[in-house]
Design a protein around this ligand. Structure first.
Ligand code: ADP
Length: 197
């Protein structure tokens, strides 16, 4: 899969958040590094269709990215996991399956992929920070996207949580052939995981 991002710009009123970004991505793990406020979240949000760019184009395999039909190509892991903590992992993923119109039989397989199968019937509020982040990754990959976008996925995790997430991302990129786009404001963190920064 090839993604061509051409001359992408975004303003919030008069504030310039993205200034003519041009990038070509294919497979592998890409790291997006920049200080807070640099525009990383804005960029990832445009890619997954949460907000619109003001100018520029995104093309996937030579097809212009204009239609909502493309958004299933992306899985998005937001900076703060958006989870309903009173639900169990299973209930939460059933809800995500209903939202994304996919079969619930994907749940077990996805929980196994992120190493949370033993927590299937545990309430989310009882999970550790690293487990919550892995569940957030589960909701992003359950519909089998081709591109996984992760916004500062190790923020606030302890060293073992960071290690688990890093290993999981590398495994997903390798085993599922996903193109991964991961943002961080910590260069050393991103250098350990990304093929290209
Ligand atoms: P990063 O993810 O790199 O920290 P962001 O994409 O969140 O950067 O923000 C880029 C810039 O755009 C910042 O200056 C931020 O204050 C501004 N910004 C982000 N979201 C909004 C918004 N909804 N309204 C106004 N300004 C925003």
């Amino acid at each position: 899969m090839n993604i061509y991002i051409n001359d992408l710009s975004k303003y919030y009123k008069n504030k310039k958040a993205l200034d003519h970004i041009t990038l070509h991505l294919s497979s592998g793990i890409y790291g997006l590094i920049g200080p807070n406020g640099a525009g990383k979240t804005t960029f990832l949000s445009i890619l997954c269709g949460l907000i619109k760019n003001d100018s520029g184009t995104i093309e996937i395999d030579e097809v212009k990215f204009l239609s909502d039909d493309f958004y299933h190509v992306f899985g998005y892991v937001p900076q703060s996991p958006a989870l309903y903590v009173d639900l169990t992992c299973n209930e939460f993923l059933e809800y995500i399956c209903a939202l994304k119109s996919i079969d619930k039989n994907q749940i077990d397989h996805t929980l196994k992929l992120v190493n949370l199968y033993d927590q299937k019937y545990i309430k989310i509020k009882k999970l550790s920070g690293g487990m919550k982040q892995r569940l957030s990754i589960a909701q992003a990959i359950i519909n089998d996207p081709q591109i996984l976008l992760l916004d500062e996925p190790t923020n606030g995790l302890d060293p073992s949580g960071i290690h688990e997430i890093r290993e999981l991302i590398i495994r997903l990129a390798k085993d599922k052939g996903l193109t991964v786009f991961i943002s961080s404001h910590i260069l050393s963190e991103i250098e350990q995981i990304a093929d290209r920064v």
